[in-house]
Write a protein that binds this ligand. Sequence first.
Ligand code: UDP
Ligand code: MG
Length: 200
Amino acid sequence: KKLVSIFIPVYQEEGNLRNLIERLDSITDVLTKFDWKYVLINDGSHDDSWNRIKELASESSKITGIDLSRNFGKELTLTAGVEYARRSDAVICIDADLQHPPELIPELVERWCDGFQVVATIRISTDKEPLIRKIGSRLYYWVMSHISNVFMVSQTTDYGLYDRKVVDAFCQATERGRNFRGIMDWMGFDRTYVEFKADA
Ligand code: UDP
Ligand code: MG
């Protein structure tokens, strides 16, 4: 069986983790064609997140917890996750706060089985999203496309699947002041996009 690792950056998410694992289980328990691992990386949370991770890990052999020594920010936390999970056949990156619906995972995996090495996601903006956030997000992509030669598709998110080949290449990148998705987009590979509606 192919191994798919789901890695999850965690900062101040004590109230979301159990719910997240239950939602993930309800998806992965059905996709028995694959072996599944969840890697939860605590990014120096000041709440009870790390204790929750330890509890959850003691209840399921699927779950591994990593406790970073302080808060490094999401970009480096994602890097730690990818490096930890690099021996998997594919990795899936998903937020811990349930804004990225786990129900999309079957589609991500299906596209991977179709031969795509990167399955990226595009967030269709929700009505609940504050206007300032919508403007900020569009401005970000506009500025990025004008100051760099990396093409980033507007409204893509960090939620996505990466084949092991992509992960191996990513692990050779040495930038430390990094943008996770910027490096992923810059590297190329065969990619496709899946749309989703972000939850509140
Ligand atoms: N996160 C993290 N370190 C941080 C800030 C956030 O690991 O310093 C995690 C957070 O727990 C979540 C993901 O990164 O799983 C996205 O964070 P957030 O929801 O704040 O970002 P947004 O939804 O605004 O993009
Ligand atoms: Mg969020």
